[in-house]
Design a protein. Structure first.
Length: 283
């Protein structure tokens, strides 16, 4: 990547193994949070000629859906991950979505064309910003005065069983504390007061934060969900250094957790997001 990168740790992960894993399993990840994706577009209500910036676009589901709705406009996706962007381009071509473009870059430092977009969206990305105020300020430069910003990020751990249950299954007698609220990570946007301050300081107004609860899908059945999670980066990260007995305990607990959430029509956990909307100040 030849453009400035300030969120170095996230770039290392998403432009590396995490990004490759996500690009490979894109269908599963898209399905996992589909209900939240649908809610985002219900609230967006895009105009036919809107110019949309998709920050942290990943494999491009939200970019393509924005382009379909703004069919006389354009949707542009930016992400840290080259593997995920390659998949986004492939899927756009396969689905015949022509009014899209994709670019690798760090939204916190990317040199966006000033006032080039009517709407900016970010799905499960703002929570990873290392400097939220700087990131929102930079994204704001890409919006026309009065342009909209709409973000989807996880609410607090108390309503996100998909993560707390996984941490419990991985514990093996250890005290695994969850990611902190208000710091870069899954719950980085889970403190409404902090979010309001960041956005206001970055030049946004009319800030609204609505909670949306919906099931999070892990897989088709308990065995499918178990196999998927057990090969992923979170599992590898939290099981490094465990002895054979502890590792066996983790596998048993993980299987039991997935079985307990198998509805017969998929494995589902409770989840909750904040959908945050704001407008760029005109002056």
């Amino acid at each position: 990547m030849d453009r400035p990168i300030v969120n170095v740790e996230q770039a290392k992960a998403w432009d590396g193994d995490e990004g490759r894993d996500w690009a490979s399993d894109w269908e599963r990840y898209d399905a996992a949070t589909l209900h939240h994706h649908v809610r985002l577009f219900e609230l967006l209500d895009l105009a036919i000629d809107d110019r949309v910036l998709d920050v942290g676009c990943g494999t491009g589901l939200s970019t393509r859906d924005a382009a379909r709705r703004a069919r006389s406009g354009h949707a542009h996706g930016v992400d840290l991950s080259a593997p995920m962007l390659d998949r986004a381009r492939e899927l756009s071509a396969r689905e015949g979505v022509a009014n899209v473009s994709f670019e690798q870059g760090d939204a916190q430092a990317h040199a966006f064309e000033p006032e080039a977009f009517d709407v900016a969206i970010g799905k499960f990305v703002a929570m990873f910003f290392s400097d939220p105020t700087a990131a929102f300020s930079n994204i704001g430069t890409a919006l026309r005065p009065g342009g909209r910003l709409v973000l989807v990020s996880w609410a607090g751990p108390e309503h996100n069983e998909w993560l707390t249950s996984m941490l419990a299954a991985l514990a093996a007698g250890r005290d695994l504390s969850g990611p902190p609220v208000g710091r870069p990570g899954p719950f980085g946007m889970a403190d409404p007061d902090l979010v309001r301050t960041w956005l206001s300081d970055a030049g946004f107004m009319d800030i609204e934060q609505d909670e949306h609860r919906a099931p999070f899908r892990f897989g088709d059945d308990d065995e499918d969900a178990y196999r998927f999670f057990a090969r992923g980066g979170v599992f590898r990260g939290f099981t490094q250094g465990l002895d054979d007995d502890q590792l066996s305990q983790v596998h048993t607990s993980l299987r039991a957790t997935m079985h307990a959430h198998d509805t017969g029509d998929g494995v589902y956990f409770d989840s909750s997001v904040f959908v945050v909307s704001a407008r760029r100040r005109s002056g």
